[in-house]
Design a protein around this ligand. Structure first.
Ligand SMILES: Nc1ncnc2c1ncn2[C@@H]1O[C@H](COP(=O)(O)OP(=O)(O)OP(=O)(O)O)[C@@H](O)[C@H]1O
Ligand SMILES: [Mg+2]
Length: 232
């Protein structure tokens, strides 16, 4: 799924969270949004996910304007991962993954898809555990499975490693990137961690609601080539 902000402004009383932002993300891209606290990172994710609406400008999905009427359908095509996991403590791991689709009629087998996704994040053995019995990294893996239950075309992750130590955070980023490949998703994440950002294809930096830099990350192989062909 390709997504775009075109001249998007989002205001709150007394402040402009996003100021005429233009941002285009191609289908299949993995983009890190960085910048200081309050610069507008989460606002970008919420607008692209259809959880928030611009005051000016338009949000586009696959080159078509996202209208208010399409918001519910759009949200079902988007997966969302949060810093604090937001698992339901009384439900098992499997039921947490199933939770988004339990109240709805769906055209797939819920349970087998949930089990497939737990397998994909390496947690099939813990399907019957409670969230409190898991480590932070494992809880985030469950939250990632839950985000994928509707086979989203766009995965949005708001500081997905913010509550994890750096080694676990790195594992979670590698997992997100490999799931992006496997399921053919576009991915947008926010982070304060430069190591997380450089794992993505592209880094967009915000400051006071404006984009101040937008750079492709050189693949590691290119960097080694430039250093004289020394590959590890
Ligand atoms: N519901 C709201 N009501 C009022 N102001 C808000 C609201 N949501 C966000 N803001 C303001 O909009 C600005 C951008 O917020 P946003 O959450 O996008 O920042 P952020 O870059 O994600 O910050 P952080 O790194 O702390 O998560 C901030 O100044 C914030 O206080
Ligand atoms: Mg934020």
């Amino acid at each position: 799924m390709g997504v775009r902000l075109r001249g998007v402004t989002r205001r709150y009383p007394g402040l402009t969270a996003l100021d005429a932002v233009d941002l285009e993300i191609a289908d299949g891209e993995a983009v890190a949004v960085t910048g200081p606290s309050g610069s507008g990172k989460s606002t970008v994710l919420h607008l692209l996910g259809g959880m928030d609406r611009p005051d000016e400008g338009v949000v586009e999905v696959d080159d078509k304007e996202l209208t208010s009427r399409q918001l519910d359908a759009h949200r079902r095509r988007v997966g969302f991962v949060f810093q604090r996991f937001h698992l339901l403590p009384a439900l098992t791991v499997l039921d947490n993954v199933l939770a988004p689709v339990l109240p709805r009629r769906v055209d797939f087998d819920r349970r087998s898809r949930a089990l497939e996704l737990l397998e994909a994040v390496g947690l099939s053995a813990r399907a019957d555990a409670l969230p409190s019995e898991l480590s932070g990294g494992q809880q985030q893996r469950v939250a990632i499975s839950r985000a994928l239950i509707n086979r989203p075309g766009l995965l949005l992750a708001d500081e997905p490693t913010g509550n994890l130590d750096s080694a676990t955070g790195r594992e979670i980023i590698d997992l997100l990137l490999s799931l992006r490949e496997r399921y053919g998703m576009t991915m947008l994440l926010t982070t304060h961690d430069p190591e997380v950002a450089v794992a993505c294809d592209r880094i967009v930096r915000l400051h006071d609601g404006r984009i101040v830099s937008d750079e492709q990350v050189a693949p590691a192989a290119d960097v080694f080539d430039r250093l004289g062909g020394l590959r590890p």
